[in-house]
Design a binder for this molecule. Structure first.
Ligand code: HSE
Length: 298
């Protein structure tokens, strides 16, 4: 038995929700072919588009599937083919796509023995390998779709949020690599009460805005007073891009995951396209290569 899947890219954090909020893109992602075989054990048989390890215990998809199989308890064989389209270190959930895609596919082939929540847990093992931290804010939206909230890590409690139909994401990916582990190391571990109050106000506002389809409220809530000021220095032209995107009509903009990608969320495709054009103009002058993606959230 075998299945070919699309493993989607994701935008984590969404400004105010460090490690807890994320959403799933529908125009960019990897392809994977996952098969169940006679011979027990997990094998990665093909990787195209990226220089990644074939050893199961060093590969995020391999580790995620191992974690799945140890909970499943039966000795089955799995082969994994990975066709990478999402670049590593891009900030749009490259490792999460592989981990989430692999466990989703194997669960499907076995007749869905595990709930999506449980799959998030397995896929998080891949994230732990990739960044040293088992964060779920990319794997959860990759597995559940739309917008998701990690309400709690211990115990794990993943909530699927509502996706207002007119929201469109513009993502620019400057072709410089920022490792999640590096961009986590610039974050301070203490937060003042004043900033914490601002941040949780915004998280509540964003969640309320999504459920009530209140686009202005979504825009007002896309603010990060804790992480973005520290991380944005790693991203060329971040402030210029953010300001220009909002001036062009984006509801808000911020760092996608741990960067260097920058996201802007707009109401409607036309605004998202205008925002993309403006960002292209800014980035063309830097001499840094970049990709731009426009995607609905699905
Ligand atoms: N929440 C994680 C971080 C996402 O910001 O480090 C990494 O993609």
């Amino acid at each position: 038995k075998s299945i070919k899947i699309f493993a989607p890219a994701t935008v984590a954090n969404l400004s105010c929700g460090f490690d807890v909020l994320g959403c799933c893109l529908d125009t960019i992602g990897d392809e994977m072919i996952i098969s169940i075989t006679e011979e027990p054990g997990v094998k990665i048989t093909k990787i195209e588009g990226a220089d990644l390890p074939f050893e199961t215990h060093k590969n995020v998809a391999g580790v995620a599937v191992e974690s799945f199989l140890s909970a499943y308890g039966k000795d089955i064989g799995v082969t994994i083919e990975i066709y990478k389209k999402i670049k590593a270190g891009s900030g749009i959930g490259s490792s999460a796509a592989s981990s989430a895609g692999a466990v989703w596919a194997i669960n499907h082939l076995l007749g869905n023995p595990f709930t999506p929540q449980k799959l998030v847990e397995f896929a998080m093992q891949g994230e732990k390998l990739a960044s040293g931290n088992a964060h779920a804010d990319n794997v959860a939206p990759a597995l559940l779709g739309g917008f998701t909230l990690v309400r709690s890590y211990s115990p794990l409690d993943i909530i699927k949020l509502h996706s207002p139909k007119d929201l469109v994401m513009t993502v620019i990916h400057p072709q410089i690599e920022v490792k999640t582990s590096d961009s986590r190391s610039v974050i301070k571990h203490n937060v003042t009460l004043k900033k914490a109050i601002q941040q949780w106000g915004n998280v509540g506002g964003l969640v309320a805005g999504l459920f009530t389809e209140d686009y202005d409220l979504i825009g007002r809530s896309l603010e990060d007073v804790i992480i973005e000021p520290l991380r944005s220095i790693l991203i060329p032209e971040f402030d210029t891009v953010k300001k220009a995107a909002i001036q062009k009509g984006a509801l808000g903009a911020g760092i996608s995951g741990s960067g260097p990608s920058i996201f802007a969320l707009s109401k409607g495709m036309k605004t998202a396209n205008d925002v993309a054009d403006t960002i292209k103009d800014i980035y063309s002058k830097t001499g840094i290569d970049f990709d731009i993606h426009i995607s609905k959230i699905n």
